[in-house]
Design a protein around this ligand. Structure first.
Ligand code: GAR
Length: 210
């Protein structure tokens, strides 16, 4: 595995973490066709060799790495392995899109306040692996998506941006998630581009670009 050439400016370099399908990754790759967007995906890292996002990355000529937990003796060793694999790409930003594992201290310490996650609910409501299902089960009329910084908790880090999505009569988890993902992809592209172009200031839970 080799890092992408250093012609990509350091502030633009993005590594994407995926466990599954990768439609958010595809949106980021589409966005970078316009150099004015300001960010560039230089690597994609997954915990699963079969993740669809890896295929999307390879098709786009982006370097990939797989860091599977079963290849490590324990959780902390896996975290260090993730930090090393991601660090090879020297990213300014690490963007987790449907990455279904909790990142621990060895990883978060290295990329402090530079790990961005997207979640399919309006946090702090419905964190965790089933944000869409849990929102539906609760009977909310409005849900949405949240792009936030990752901290040591589960979907608890400072919020960068949110968009609301109405729950329609007859929605099931799949139909609602698809409508959320339309908004989520646009929001994520906007946030990652702004972070790369303008930088990010974080004071406690308050965040602003620039
Ligand atoms: C996205 O909706 C993302 O918010 C969600 O997985 C989907 C991945 O879609 N993540 C979580 O639920 C994390 N708790 P994608 O693979 O098509 O980008």
């Amino acid at each position: 595995m080799r890092a992408s050439p250093d012609v990509v400016p350091s502030s633009a370099r993005v590594v994407v973490l995926v466990s599954g399908g990768g439609s958010n990754l595809a949106a980021l790759l589409e966005a970078q066709r316009d150099p004015a967007w300001g960010a560039r995906v230089v690597g994609v890292v997954s915990d699963r060799a079969g993740a669809g996002g890896l295929e999307i990355a390879r098709a786009a000529g982006v370097a990939t790495a797989v860091v599977a937990p079963r290849d490590f003796p324990d959780r902390e060793a896996w975290d260090r392995g993730m930090a090393q694999a991601v660090g090879v790409f020297e990213p300014a930003w690490v963007v987790s899109v449907g990455f279904m594992r909790i990142l621990g201290a060895p990883f978060l310490d290295r990329f402090a306040q530079r790990v961005i996650n997207t979640h399919p609910a309006l946090l702090p409501s419905f964190p965790g692996a089933h944000g869409v299902r849990d929102a539906l089960a609760h009977g909310v009329r409005v849900t949405g998506c949240t792009v936030h910084l990752v901290d040591a908790g589960v979907d608890t880090g400072p919020i960068l941006a949110q968009r609301a999505v109405e729950v329609l009569a007859g929605d099931d988890e799949a139909t609602l998630h698809e409508r959320i993902k339309v908004e989520e992809r646009a929001l994520l592209v906007d946030v990652v581009g702004r972070a790369a172009r303008e930088g990010l200031t974080v004071e406690g839970r308050a965040t602003r670009f620039g």
